[in-house]
Design a protein around this ligand. Sequence first.
Ligand SMILES: Cc1ncc(COP(=O)(O)O)c(C=O)c1O
Length: 362
Amino acid sequence: MRVINFNAGPAGLPLPALERARDEFLDFQGSGMSVMEHSHRGNEYDAVHTEAIALLTELLGIPGSHEVLFLTGGASQQFAQVPMNFLPAGASADYLMTGVWSEKALEEAKLVGIARIAADTRDADGRYRRVPREEELQLDPSAAYVHLTTNNTIYGTQWHQVPDTRGVPLVADMSSDFLGRPLDVKHFSFIYAGAQKNLGPSGVLVAVADRAFVRRGRQDIPKIFRYATASENNSLYNTPPTFAIYLVRNVLAWMKSVGGLKQIQAWNAEKSALLYGAIDRASGFYRAPVARDSRSDMNVVFQLPSEALDDRFVSAAKQAGMVGLKGHRSAGGIRVSLYNAVTVSQVKTLVSFMETFAREHG
Ligand SMILES: Cc1ncc(COP(=O)(O)O)c(C=O)c1O
């Protein structure tokens, strides 16, 4: 029996993608071995790699100026690798601070060069409850790039429009909302996302990069850390995480089969409306700390009247077959992650559980 999985990442994957992997696990397309036992330079794996890139290109409508890269080291490694590649000596980069992951990205950039805070929505208590408004951005027109986190997994905030950086290259950590909605790729010079939320298992990171921007990157760093190396070698400079990319391919094929990003976005909007609706209707019991215009469709956070009730909520939900609801250790409360694999009907099950719980404990 599979549970209803609201984990923040690694997170639930669409059942058809897992079933396909199960069916092909021991004998991939009659080859007598698993896809993970194939050479990354053989025809069988090559077809998977190529198909994953083609599916992502089609789903996102990636223009010819941009390309897909498969990288490793998670988003955390990109916090360091982005400035290593794109922050030349003496130049400065702008960081938009909206949560813990932005803080980590900034810290790494400061070890590489000059990194400036161009907006910061941290409250006096150290928490973030919204993303900045356009007029709050203090952008440096000569910055090497602007970095933002499009969805803040821990605090449950999300940018709902792309900020205008007036020509300065935009670099985005989209780990927790990549492929949750359509995207105009050309606004971004470099997008990166760990796979383990909307895309697949952990172990692979997907980047969508402006080819020219990447090729202009610094050459005075080790080859393995240059994005240009991945770009010049179709992400096959060294052995990629083949099985993780295979699973990403399965997830992308599933996304296409259900109608692509428009359908996914419609489901995600319906799911988050159902959940925020339930929170707002019981606002004396469930409290959502995030400003309305910054509410995330991917990670919904709220609190009950006491920590003891938060804990009871999490354990009662578990008994009812729903897991992954405990808030991040640095934020507390409840966090419901509504990634693409979570269905509308699963959210309705949670909402009805919440209504009963509020009646019984309110
Ligand atoms: C927005 C965001 N950025 C970065 C990370 C760190 O990712 P990783 O553990 O793959 O390095 C996470 C992890 O949850 C995240 O949600």
